[in-house]
Design a protein around this ligand. Structure first.
Ligand SMILES: Cc1cc2nc3c(=O)[nH]c(=O)nc-3n(C[C@H](O)[C@H](O)[C@H](O)COP(=O)(O)OP(=O)(O)OC[C@H]3O[C@@H](n4cnc5c(N)ncnc54)[C@H](O)[C@@H]3O)c2cc1C
Length: 453
């Protein structure tokens, strides 16, 4: 501890049980293990010195942003150091001419979005957790969000990274350039590496001009099969809206109980659609999407009349998780992706699995991306139900793979999904991942028990 105190200052090293307890877990239920020490570095040089020390002494280090991940990616499974990066929270530059921002890793996503908006610029990735999640965490998990269909996910905006390797070397990958193919694309490799290859200490992201107008609409369907059909017809109809989200009937009712937004409780599913750009074009797109939904059998569709109504519709999607969480004290939120045309089939399979295991599972997600969040609500004292939930989710992962999908679309692998990774990647690719990990982190100190283990 003395050496850590010398590096970052005694005020930034925590070992008291009360101070380290919050770092034993993240937003993932049922996973926890305390670190030995929590260190809050204040500069890249301090990060490098901590990592050099940890490699020399073979002490595990778990990088951490806001701890909002949903796959136990920051649980320090074998103790050691939690390296909390939230002191590094300055936006260093927003450059309207170069359309980019340079930030420290602890900047909350929403702070960057607001600062960019103040200069008429858009930072598109918008995870539901954006008010707390950090840019470093977003990059390390390649976070998605509600605008993924049109704008892509975090990886589409990362231009460059400053990263400290576990050995203490500081590297810069990519940078401010829009075109640069010098060497392997380490920026892409590090994006989504879940704190297992290096510690991100600076992020350069691309920005876009802020669209002049945005608006939303909603369509109600008897079933998710009809909603899924509407999604396919929207895309094949030549429209790629910014937002195309769905809620199943359980979610609609939970949201309505929670927030009284006036949603139609008798619907089997709803589709929330939104677009941005030129006002006239947005209005045309939303009307066309509504008409396509009607053709696909929608019970009803409407377009929000103003920003307040649009925000209320988006709130329906954003509050799905807290609304479901009110149904039981333990909420397990999962994350699978299937090819878009298989979305409805995947939801039917999830419903059948929930029924077979006698579980309450509501499903919402990013219909346009084929990304579903089946969410199981139960009681933490009901051990039998927890066992059934684990069995149900492993069937859900198997079925997603069976439909040509994946075990995680945006939340990451962490410790929670590691047991399923081989099913997705196969033995040869998993072995390659481990060799990549060993090349970056020969002593195996960085986030052990996660990707690359
Ligand atoms: C209510 C809610 C809604 C959510 N909505 C979404 C959503 O819409 N889309 C989505 O993709 N996710 C969502 N998430 C999940 C989560 O918020 C994201 O994964 C987010 O990117 C995590 O950011 P964080 O700062 O909390 O990172 P943490 O949870 O602290 O860390 C996540 C991973 O990144 C690593 N890491 C963190 N900082 C660094 C760094 N500087 N250098 C290297 N590695 C680092 C950690 O080791 C860990 O592996 C949601 C979570 C909640 C609770």
């Amino acid at each position: 501890m003395d050496e850590l105190s010398t590096i970052v200052g005694p005020a930034h090293v925590r070992t008291a049980p009360g101070a380290i307890a919050p770092y034993a877990r993240d937003a993932t239920p049922l996973h926890s293990h305390p670190p030995d020490v929590v260190v809050h570095p204040g500069s890249v040089d301090e990060v490098a010195a901590v990592l050099r020390l940890a490699t020399r002494k073979r002490v595990p280090v778990v990088p951490r942003g806001a701890g909002s991940n949903l796959c136990a990616a920051t649980v320090p499974l074998t103790g050691g150091i939690v390296l909390a990066l939230t002191r590094l929270n300055r936006i260093r530059e927003i450059n309207a001419e170069e359309l980019l921002a340079v930030c420290e890793p602890g900047v909350p996503t929403a702070d960057l979005a607001s600062a960019a908006a103040a200069q008429g610029l858009l930072y598109p990735p918008d995870p539901g957790s954006r008010s707390v999640s950090t840019l470093g965490g977003n990059v390390a998990t390649c976070a998605g969000g509600l605008r993924g269909l049109k704008y892509g996910v975090t990886r589409n905006y990362v231009l460059g990274l400053e990263v400290v390797l576990p050995t203490g070397e500081i590297i810069s990958t990519g940078g401010r350039l829009w075109k640069d193919v010098a060497g392997y694309d380490l920026t892409r490799l590090l994006t989504g590496s879940e704190g297992t290859l290096g510690v991100i200490t600076e992020v350069t992201v691309a920005l876009l001009p802020m669209p002049g107008h945005s608006a939303c609409g909603v369509a109600y369907f008897r079933s998710l099969v009809e909603a899924g059909e509407a999604v396919t017809r929207v895309i094949t109809g030549g429209i790629v809206p910014a937002t195309l989200e769905f809620l199943d009937q359980r979610c609609i009712n939970a949201v309505e109980d929670h927030a009284q937004l006036g949603l139609r409780r008798d619907a089997g599913a709803l589709l929330l659609f939104g677009d941005d750009g030129d006002a006239a074009q947005v209005a045309t797109h939303l009307d066309r999407i509504g008409a396509i939904c009607a053709d696909a059998g929608a019970l009803e569709w409407t377009v929000a009349r103003d920003v307040v109504e649009s925000e209320a519709l988006l709130a329906a999607r954003r509050c799905s998780l807290p609304a479901l969480a009110r149904l039981g004290p333990l909420t397990i939120l999962e994350d699978v992706t299937v090819p878009r045309p298989r979305l409805a089939e995947m939801v039917s399979r999830i419903d059948a699995i929930a029924e077979r295991h006698d579980l309450t599972i509501g499903t919402f997600g990013h219909a346009g991306d084929g990304n579903l969040h089946p969410t199981c609500v139960l009681h933490p004292d009901d051990e039998a139900a927890i066992v059934r939930a684990h069995a149900a989710f492993s069937e859900i992962f198997r079925d997603a793979l069976d439909l040509g999908g994946t075990i995680t679309g945006e939340h990451g692998v962490g410790a929670a999904k590691l047991p399923y990774l081989a099913q997705r990647l196969g033995a040869a690719q998993l072995a390659l991942l481990r060799r990549v990990k060993a090349a970056f982190d020969p002593a195996g100190i960085l986030n052990p028990g996660k990707l690359g283990s």
